[in-house]
Design a protein around this ligand. Structure first.
Ligand SMILES: Nc1ncnc2c1ncn2[C@@H]1O[C@H](COP(=O)(O)OP(=O)(O)OP(=O)(O)O)[C@@H](O)[C@H]1O
Ligand SMILES: [Mg+2]
Length: 116
C-alpha cells in the first residue's frame, strides 16, 4: 500500500480485494493506477536493496516476500497492459474449527486466574 501511494504522488486509485480461492487459499490483491513497473525492473523488485527511489532502501518488497513465504504463501506482481501495478498475495487459509471443537479451556474453567 505504501508503494502504491508513493507511485501515485499525483493521485490515483488503489483497489484492494480479498477473496478465498477454491483450493484453500486466501487471496489479497492490491491494484494501483500508477505508472506500472518498467519491464527491465520487474525481475529485480523483490531483491533486497533494489530501489528506483531517491531515498528508498529497497527492502520493502523483500521483507514482504519473506514474511509471506514464511507463512507458506507467495506474492506475485503483474503490470496489466492498461497501466498500473497489481500485487497478489496468496496465503493458506486457516482451517475452520467445527462448533465445539475449540482446543482451549471452556469458558470459566481456565486456571490462570484461579484464586484471584
Ligand atoms: N506499486 C508500485 N508501482 C510502481 N513501482 C513499484 C510499486 N511497488 C514497487 N515498485 C518498484 O519496486 C521497487 C522496490 O520496492 P520496495 O518496496 O522493495 O523498495 P522501495 O519502495 O524502493 O524502498 P522502501 O520500501 O525502503 O521505501 C521500487 O523502488 C519501485 O521501483
Ligand atoms: Mg517500498
Amino acid at each position: 500500500m505504501r508503494n502504491a501511494k508513493e507511485a501515485m504522488a499525483d493521485g490515483g486509485h488503489l483497489r484492494i480485494e480479498v477473496s478465498r480461492s477454491g483450493d484453500g487459499q486466501v487471496c489479497l490483491a492490491l491494484a494501483d493506477s500508477g505508472p506500472g513497473i518498467a519491464p527491465e525492473n520487474l525481475a529485480n523488485i523483490f531483491e533486497p536493496f533494489f530501489s528506483t527511489k531517491a531515498k528508498g532502501t529497497g527492502l520493502g518488497l523483500a521483507l514482504v516476500q519473506q514474511i509471506v513465504s514464511e507463512h507458506g504463501g507467495r506474492i506475485e506482481v503483474d503490470c496489466p497492459p492498461g497501466g498500473g501495478t497489481r500485487f497478489t498475495i496468496l496465503l493458506p487459509a486457516a482451517k475452520s474449527l467445527a462448533p465445539g471443537a475449540e482446543t482451549g479451556p471452556a469458558p470459566g474453567t481456565g486456571s490462570a486466574l484461579a484464586g484471584t
